[in-house]
Ligand binder design. Structure first.
Ligand code: UDX
Ligand code: ADP
Length: 457
């Protein structure tokens, strides 16, 4: 079988961009993305795509209506598929066994049962969402329950794209990982998927492994990236106590080729839909398998992240004479990182929640994530203003709190900002992204991460 018809279940941050790039690069393959959320499908068919991702509108524009379609989930769409990607969400479980740690697989299982009901035997099922190790096996049991043969071969093909650079990551991936069972059916299915990627990816970048290695590689990659962030954040606390500068430390350590420069930026903590979820999941799996030390080791990466956010909030409070009650604080950036409108697990959510607990009045500004910020903070007691204009956010504020290093924040007129603020005016730079010396010269009290504060008193 040659794959001519791909269907993707789940039109979110992973499914949408991934399928857009596949359709763009494989003009003779028909790609249909379906979702239970009809508003999302309508948005994918409009000019205002439901996810903000640089370069994505151009890719969608080229392929949409040619061989890329966004459609409701119908039995017929599934029946026509040669290959079905499952890109549904797998959040951390909020209830029952494993609550707060394990992945919630209800959307995955629902998708599997829909596939079983409507897809043709032989359709290749591709696990794309991050799911715990051995999910493919469980899914395969659902799909192949009454047969010893693999009627629906299940592959693991983890996604390594990072938000903000998704298009570039998909167009030029460092590696494409394809995990399959070692049966002839499984291996043939893996080659079919490999052939899709080889439309634009060099064969030496396509890696074939067992399903379990592939699933675990995804969790490990995210855990190790997050571990680097927690490591440098732990050092930032030590820097603040000892007088060292974490930026100098990162540079010096990263110049060791074995360590490397990337993912060594100290900050208010990591966020995003993957890091916390995947590590908690990894830790849960290790614990379930009786490896408590391994579970605790990975858990500590998340603990340091919580500690870092907590430290940042305490620093705001202490520097502002132990009270922010009734004071306006401008929050610069809400997305979990620049280049995206995604606020899932964004440190800004916790920072804002803590500041509202202290009865601060908040003015949040973000170039892309204001709607998502509003939804994330909805229902919390207190006053929050959502303002697209950073100058409006900061007017009358006692402090400016940076949670996301959007490059445009560097370009603002800080003399004008200083003039419009209450005094003493503070900058808490949770991403060390502003020009601290200049801000200090203007008159701000500057409190960075992992380096000495610059105060005028
Ligand atoms: C991550 C992985 O990088 C990607 O491969 C995987 O497919 C999905 O999860 P993403 O969540 O989009 O991607 O963002 P990433 O760039 O990894 O950043 C995650 C968080 O770590 C952000 O909040 C970012 O601000 C923070 N971070 C990153 C730091 O605090 N310091 C750094 O040096 C790097
Ligand atoms: P991710 O970052 O993993 O892509 P998102 O939440 O952005 O996560 O996207 C997942 C998408 O999957 C959502 O749009 C959701 O509506 C969709 N989804 C979840 N369950 C199903 C299902 N059973 N059938 C179709 N779509 C689903």
């Amino acid at each position: 079988m040659n794959v001519r018809n791909i269907v993707c279940i789940g039109a979110g941050y992973v499914g949408g961009p991934t399928m857009a790039v596949i359709a763009d690069r494989c003009p003779d393959v028909r790609v249909t993305v379906v979702d239970v959320n009809e508003a999302k499908i309508a948005a994918w068919n409009s000019e205002a795509l439901p996810v903000f991702e640089p370069g994505l509108p151009e890719v969608v524009q080229r392929a949409r209506g040619r061989n890329l379609f966004f459609a409701p989930l119908t039995p017929q769409v599934l029946a026509e598929a040669d290959m079905i990607f499952v890109c549904v969400n797998t959040p951390t479980k909020a209830y029952g066994e494993g609550a707060g740690m394990a992945a919630d697989l209800q959307y995955w299982e629902k998708s599997a049962r829909t596939i079983l009901a409507h897809a043709r035997p032989g359709t290749i099922v591709v696990e794309k969402s991050t799911v715990p190790v051995r999910t493919a096996e469980a899914i395969s049991r659902i799909l192949n329950q009454s047969n010893r043969d693999e009627v629906f071969p299940v592959l693991s093909n983890p996604e390594f794209l990072a938000e903000g650079t998704a298009v570039q990551d998909l167009v030029a991936p460092e590696r494409v990982l394809i995990g399959s069972s070692n049966s002839s059916v499984g291996e043939a299915a893996a080659r079919e998927l490999g052939a899709i990627y080889e439309y634009w990816v060099a064969p030496e970048h396509v890696l074939y492994t067992s399903v379990w290695s592939s699933e675990l590689a995804k969790l490990t990659a995210n855990a190790m990236l997050a571990q680097r962030v927690s490591s440098i954040n732990a050092m930032s606390a030590l820097c603040e106590k000892s007088g060292a500068d974490v930026t100098e430390l990162s540079r010096a350590v990263g110049m060791d080729g074995r360590i490397g420069q990337r993912f060594l930026e100290a900050g208010v903590g990591f966020g995003g839909s993957c890091f916390r979820k995947d590590i908690l999941n990894l830790s849960y799996i290790a614990g379930q398998l009786g490896l408590q030390q391994v579970a605790d080791y990975w858990r500590s990466v998340v603990d340091i992240n919580d500690y870092q956010i907590d430290r940042f909030c305490k620093g705001i409070l202490e520097n502002m004479f132990n009270t922010v009650a009734g004071k306006r604080l401008a929050v610069f950036g809400f997305a979990f990182k620049p280049g995206t409108d995604d606020v899932r697990d964004a440190p800004a959510i916790r920072v804002c929640t803590r500041l509202l607990d202290e009865h601060a009045e908040l003015a949040v500004t973000d170039p892309q994530a204001l709607d998502n910020a509003r939804a994330a903070l909805d229902g919390l007691p207190g006053t929050v203003h959502y303002l697209a204009d950073p100058y409006a956010a900061v007017a009358g504020a006692h402090a400016l709190v940076v949670c996301t290093q959007w490059p445009q924040f560097r370009e603002l007129d800080y003399e004008r900002i200083f003039a419009s603020m209450e005094k003493p005016a503070f900058v808490f730079d949770g991403r060390n992204c502003l020009d601290h010396e200049r801000l200090y010269d203007i008159g701000f009290n500057v409190v960075p991460i992992g380096k000495a504060p610059m105060r005028h008193y």
